[in-house]
Design a protein around this ligand. Sequence first.
Ligand SMILES: [Zn+2]
Length: 297
Amino acid sequence: MAELLLPGGWLDAAGSCHQEAAIRPACGEDEEWLYGLPLTTPEPAVVTGLLTRCLTRVGPHAPPGRDVVRSLPVGDREWLILRLWRLTLGDRVELVVTCPQRGCGTRMDLDFALEGLVAEPRPQRPSYSLDPIGLRFRLPHGDDLEALGRALAEEESGGGVSGGGASGGGASETDRAAALLGRCMIPPPSTAEVTALLARTPGLWEGMAEEMRRHSALVDREFDAVCPQCEREFTGEFDPILAFLTEMMRRRPEFERDVHLLSLHYHWPLSEILNLARSRRRRYVRLLLDQLDVATG
Ligand SMILES: [Zn+2]
């Protein structure tokens, strides 16, 4: 388990910011839960589920429960997934990236330490003001992302029924960004109010998004790389949540083999095997495989 300080923090009902938290590594039960989810589960819901399972404390709440995890700022959720990654799978990440240079497109392996991905601490406040119009807003939270994820999933399933192509109907990326910003206004405005605001204040969304970024404790996702083929330097962006979930899915066969081997040879109840932290389970499996090697070799 790791004690940590959230870069953005959780706000209680009185508006005080709590940054103390604790998280444990994922164990077999968490992996089984993850592998049992429908593939269509929106990513923000998966993150809420995983953090609800693995966070053991946020501020005064131990364990925090789903509602607290949902009300964590977006940057903290991403940062917590990185901590969960390090605790569960170790500090190294291996990526395959493509050179963005026109006419090159060389694919290369990249390897770096997750420890280097940090978020500048910026304790969250209950509200912020967008000057000079004095509009009040709060930072986006997990439940805002979940609501957008649900809307997107409904849109996509709707598009499937009508056989819609890539250009057919549905909200655009810009509409979704506007929906997120609208949810964060204090108080949340009606559609008519948004229309009136936009007429009075061109560039409202851009200004608000910029201010939100300035006040948010966000993980620095950028990395620099040099293409081995064209030798150009370029900057890429690493998506910690997508990368972590992809990495966990890639390890599913290993998880199933581990559980199978341990049950077969030790006859431990399944619940005990699934309760082991992944690193501990892997140690037992390595010992077992060494022993089997000796026995058969
Ligand atoms: Zn290149």
